[in-house]
Write a protein that binds this ligand. Sequence first.
Ligand code: NDP
Length: 334
Amino acid sequence: MNSALVTGISGQDGFYLLKLLAEKNYRVIGITRSLDEARSKAIHLRDQSVSLVEADFSNSQSISDVIDKYRPREIYNLAAMSSGSGMYEDPVSIGETNGMLVLRILESIRKIDSRIRLCQASSREIFGDAPPSPQDESTPINPRSPYGAAKAYADTMIRIYRSKYNLYACSAILFNHESPQRGLGFVTRKISRAAAQIRLGLASELQIGNLDAQRDWGFAGDYVRAMWLMLQQQHAEDYVISTGRAHSVRQLCELAFSHVGLDYRNYVREDLKAYRPAEPALLVGSSAKARAVLGWEPNVSFEVLIRMMVDTDMQVLNDLDLGKNGGETDVQNN
Ligand code: NDP
């Protein structure tokens, strides 16, 4: 039986990766910072099929003890502090979690069993704000934030360990990916939630930043499948994972609101205070390498993704209203 150790399993990608690995009959061990918190925020972790262990991500011994105890075939490192305006408040923790944790895992693998395969969830933020477009594996690394810098450090250490110690370690350079599991602080989920709330008479308008900002948005379920494929190859390599298509926040609003029979122009207000200080250049990924080598391609279109998110938010809010649902995170369907 294959086994996989997954950090960040209580997050969005953890939800979809757990689902995928369960379908493939893996034994899954989830590492979390807090068992109670993880179980309370993510109901997929109350399932018996996943073993959950607590570890201190800032302690090499703690990481190495878990790897040594379970000796998985594969490790997926999904844990990270997310990017966003809060990232300047605690850049040291970002460096620890998004950068140093990867080095701790690499060192553990090297010392314990160099056959263990590692996939790191990297980010397009390693390319910074104004890279040539589209971005691919050859785009210069030029991070412009503590989040991007920590991810870039992790990717660099992965390349070093791959060449120096011949480890099977690789980085998935992920562009934005969304789902009904996405946190409420992210723009896609803010919009899907607001469309549902306004439809149900629970809110009257949505204040949002730059409507013309564009992103390459994909579906999280497709992106974790790419990460799994990356660990099933003959050689470890880094891959950009993206849809290759940019959409604006305005298009997102149009889709989400029209799906519930509303015209977004009557409800969405551009809030100049919510503009990101430096709106990046066109961030669109080319996943040509992943498509050619891994045979990967996204299955869920932008349109289907947004409708799925709105439908789930409608269902969650309806269930909450009926007192059927325990809380915000009880989104199980997609
Ligand atoms: P989430 O924020 O949903 O989940 C991340 C998980 O990381 C959390 O559930 C948490 O699990 C763990 N974690 C560990 N340390 C911290 C910390 N200090 N603060 C907050 N969380 C922490 O992320 P996603 O599932 O969306 O993303 C998975 C990975 O993919 C991340 O590494 C992210 O950087 C990367 N990525 C994601 C993109 C996206 O669009 N979603 C784009 C590019 C990269 P626990 O509490 O159980 O420890």
